[in-house]
Design a protein around this ligand. Structure first.
Ligand SMILES: Cc1cc2nc3c(=O)[nH]c(=O)nc-3n(C[C@H](O)[C@H](O)[C@H](O)COP(=O)(O)OP(=O)(O)OC[C@H]3O[C@@H](n4cnc5c(N)ncnc54)[C@H](O)[C@@H]3O)c2cc1C
Length: 384
């Protein structure tokens, strides 16, 4: 038994894309998987702070829009989002355990999409006293020059990793004592958020007139991959193969896989890691390939694979993936509905991922037609 087929850590564009693609399979007769997202802050990641461009101005989104669109699917497919911080991921006997600041969750696969730094509530303040090293040092030089002149006597706090002195030294050369400088070392464990002119950390509040998030330092040394022991590059970013695989069952996508740091790469990498984690889990559960038609060819063994849902074996544990609503004597799911009666109510109550088909059959008798209907409607999965 485990909590979810797939656990996605991080709810930026990479994590949300991965979760949606792992859950939302549309191929005829293909079984959905259970997916859970773990995110330390409300969904959005870095892509929620300003207007963002996918490729250029022709394909861009106003602040908040990308995440609103992704969250519409997350909600439509009832993908649970746990507001927790993942502390460690370990694999034992083919199963992963994700240890968080609130508890532990188990799964068959994990997608790590933790970005280059933890985000909190920066989106609410970005551009208003809160800024970041953006557009390169030539731009930053001009920005620092005008800031030091305009804000003489005021305080600036730099937030970054152990590499932030490179930017702080650069600032000090321009500053020449005009602004007071403070530093907050982000260890990945100590920051709790921002309010007007205040960085909230576990050690207390750091007050300043301006806060500068030193992205340069995060790009030089991230901590967000520390939750898992695996191959990393010289800047501590996770080394993933082209389809997002890190090792069996572990996938990574988006900024945590290193340069380039981009929205399009995060969405593309998340989509790939989501589909690949789905295929991995399917193989683990049923011992055969899931031909996710249109994304992968189905002639992989010479002739087309004729595909049907798995035989309903006694030891499979059905799990409902959505919470239906009841209305006028009907139990309504995304794409199918059942009559509201004692049998269906009991059956749905037992489809919790804990009871086996055998146990439910012994209590209720012939449940297979209803189970199959829910599988075809992508509202139920079989855990193993
Ligand atoms: C101001 C700004 C403007 C940008 N503009 C553009 C643009 O126009 N075009 C473009 O292509 N790119 C742009 N980017 C970059 C783009 O936003 C990122 O490349 C993209 O958001 C990366 O997505 P991600 O999902 O990999 O990571 P993120 O968006 O960083 O999301 C990762 C999430 O995982 C969470 N997390 C981390 N560790 C844990 C943990 N242990 N447990 C739980 N959750 C965790 C983080 O808090 C975060 O919310 C911009 C970035 C910024 C800051």
């Amino acid at each position: 038994m485990y909590d979810s087929d797939i656990i996605v850590i991080g709810a930026g564009p990479a994590g949300l894309s991965a979760a949606i693609r792992a859950r939302r399979v549309r191929t005829y007769n293909l079984l959905s998987s259970s997916v859970m997202i773990i995110s330390n802050s409300s969904p959005g990641g870095l892509a929620d702070w300003t207007k963002v461009r996918m490729t250029g101005d022709g394909w861009s989104y106003e602040k908040g829009e990308v995440i609103r669109r992704l969250m519409a699917d997350v909600e439509d497919y009832s993908i649970p989002v746990k507001r927790e911080r993942a502390l460690k991921v370990v694999k034992n006997d083919g199963k992963f355990t994700v240890i968080t600041d609130r508890g532990e969750y188990t799964s068959l696969a994990v997608v790590v999409a933790t970005g280059m730094r933890m985000t909190w509530n920066e989106g609410e303040h970005f551009g208003e006293g809160l800024f970041g090293t953006l557009k390169g040092y030539r731009f930053m030089e001009d920005y620092f020059k005008s800031l030091c002149e305009k804000e003489r006597g005021k305080t600036i706090v730099f937030v970054g990793t152990g590499e932030m002195d490179k930017t702080v030294d650069f600032f000090e050369e321009i500053n020449q004592g005009r602004m007071k400088v403070k530093k907050v070392l982000d260890t990945g464990k100590n920051i709790r958020g921002y309010k007007d002119g205040v960085v909230v950390t576990d050690e207390g509040e750091v007050t300043a007139d301006h806060t500068l998030i030193d992205f340069e330092s995060y790009m030089l040394s991230t901590y967000t991959g520390d939750i898992i022991d695996c191959d990393k590059d010289e800047h501590n970013f996770i080394k993933a193969e082209k389809r997002g695989k890190v090792f069996d069952g572990l996938f990574a996508a988006g900024d945590i896989t290193g340069t380039p740091f981009s929205l399009a790469k995060a969405v593309g990498g998340g989509t790939t890691a989501g589909l690949e984690s789905y295929r991995y889990v399917y193989r683990e559960k049923f011992g055969k390939k899931a031909p996710v038609f249109a994304f992968y060819p189905i002639h992989h063994q010479g002739s087309a694979t004729y595909f049907d849902i798995p035989k309903l074996k006694d030891d499979y544990r059905p799990k409902l993936l959505v919470k239906p609503i009841t209305k006028e004597g009907k139990i309504i799911f995304r794409e199918c509905e059942l009559d509201e009666n004692e049998f269906n109510n009991k059956l749905l109550g037992l489809c919790d991922g804990n009871h086996t088909l055998k146990q439910i059959r012994s209590e209720l008798g012939d449940i297979d037609p209803t189970i199959e209907r829910l599988i075809h409607a992508k509202d139920l999965t079989l855990e193993v």
